[in-house]
Design a protein around this ligand. Structure first.
Ligand SMILES: NC(=O)c1ccc[n+]([C@@H]2O[C@H](COP(=O)([O-])OP(=O)(O)OC[C@H]3O[C@@H](n4cnc5c(N)ncnc54)[C@H](O)[C@@H]3O)[C@@H](O)[C@H]2O)c1
Ligand SMILES: [Zn+2]
Length: 354
């Protein structure tokens, strides 16, 4: 059940655990979330330069190198060694202060360090606030394959402060918008319309609107996660745009951010949905337009063969079929098990008519 009081969402999981998500809370109040003498902040040098004044005074700070290429077991091992040297123990609280990479790695490290310590996140990118910090997926990449090693484990708290987004490069903010738009597309047509109507003010980071979009996206994701924490059914809907998004990201030689690749993936999924008569051509245009107005890419020149080859290696692929998420009207979606061959035909058609 999700209880909402002001800006605090409490995610109650079937096993009785709770995760508090504070939205619109100030990083000045981080100490209120920490009920331990021993606090470790895991971050990266960029964030530390900008925000070290907000780290609790008693905290030990460990920096991890930034970038997707460093989201791996070497960084995990290096960080664990620093935790051992600093005598972190099971009563310690480990806080990931940064973007999705910091959060993904912190959640993983805290889950395995001495078989698990308490942990929380202060997500500082839009992507991390609306997506990476919510839902309990933590992990690292292996040999270029994303998130191959990881665990499901919910943080004790997540503190989202909108002012941290002010220092974020514009491109990163826009990339996060792809996940926000995805949330509207999956389950909430009126939220999608709100984004359409207010996109200019959102991009200028109007304070109230940032609060609305973060709050709503987190609520949507948390609602889906509490019903299907381990992604056996409904949670797969959060992968809308991600089947091809991941493939595009992999083939872009690091020129595209995750959210940018997802934007193209959302357009492809919408076109395939149109081809299957699940949405109208007007719906398709609305989806493409809002992504375009956000300043996100809406097309790719990567060949269908290369995209399909990448999907073949996607861990989400089960046997010869793919669980593909389709739009079904705006604000509704469905998961369809599709043979790889059928998806190949639809992809080719979709790319010809984007
Ligand atoms: N666990 C999940 O459910 C989940 C969901 C979505 C994404 N992710 C993962 O998240 C990662 C992407 O996260 P991201 O998009 O936040 O990228 P990121 O963590 O790399 O952050 C982007 C860049 O912005 C910098 N930065 C962060 N906050 C800043 C701020 N407030 N001001 C200035 N600069 C700042 C970072 O140092 C980095 O250089 C990927 O590895 C992805 O797989 C995980
Ligand atoms: Zn994503």
């Amino acid at each position: 059940m999700i209880k909402q009081s002001n800006n605090k969402l409490i995610l109650k999981l079937p096993d009785g655990r709770e995760s508090s998500i504070l939205i619109g809370e100030s990083i000045e109040n981080l100490s209120n979330c920490l009920n331990s003498e021993k606090v470790f902040i895991l971050t990266n040098p960029n964030i530390s330069d900008l925000y070290s004044d907000y780290f609790p005074k008693n905290a030990k700070v460990i920096t991890m190198p930034a970038g997707e290429a460093n989201k791996n077991l070497n960084t995990v091992l290096d960080t664990v060694r620093q935790l051992i040297a600093a005598e972190a123990d099971r009563k310690s609280v480990i806080v990931g202060f940064g973007g999705g990479i910091v959060c993904d790695m912190t959640g993983f490290i805290a889950s395995i360090y001495m078989r698990g310590t308490k942990f929380g996140f202060v997500p500082t990118t839009l992507m991390a606030q609306v997506d990476a910090s919510v839902g309990g997926k933590n992990g690292v990449n292996c040999d270029g394959y994303k998130n191959m090693i990881g665990v499901f484990n919910q943080p004790d708290f997540v503190l989202c402060d909108p002012k941290t987004l002010k220092t974020l490069p514009e491109r990163e903010f826009k990339a996060g918008m792809a996940e926000v738009i995805k949330c509207g597309l999956i389950v909430d047509g009126s939220f999608f319309a709100y984004i359409e109507d207010n996109i200019d003010a959102i991009l200028k980071q109007d304070k109230d609107m940032i609060y609305v979009i973060v709050n709503k996206s987190v609520e949507i994701k948390a609602n889906i996660v509490k019903a299907d924490e381990k992604e056996t059914g409904e949670r797969k809907k959060l992968n809308l745009g991600h089947t091809f998004g991941h493939a595009i990201e992999k083939h872009s030689n690091n020129t595209l951010l995750h959210g940018e690749a997802v934007s193209v993936g959302l357009v492809i999924a919408a076109k395939i949905s149109e081809l299957l008569n699940l949405i109208t051509s007007e719906d398709f245009v609305r989806i493409k337009n809002v992504l375009q107005k956000t300043g996100l890419p809406v097309a790719t020149d990567i060949s269908p063969a290369n995209l399909l080859e990448a999907i073949g290696k996607d861990k989400k692929r089960e046997s010869d079929a793919v669980h593909f998420v389709l739009n079904s009207g705006i604000g509704n979606s469905e998961i369809r098990e599709m043979s790889f061959d059928k998806l190949a035909i639809l992809l080719k058609k979709a790319l010809e008519t984007l």
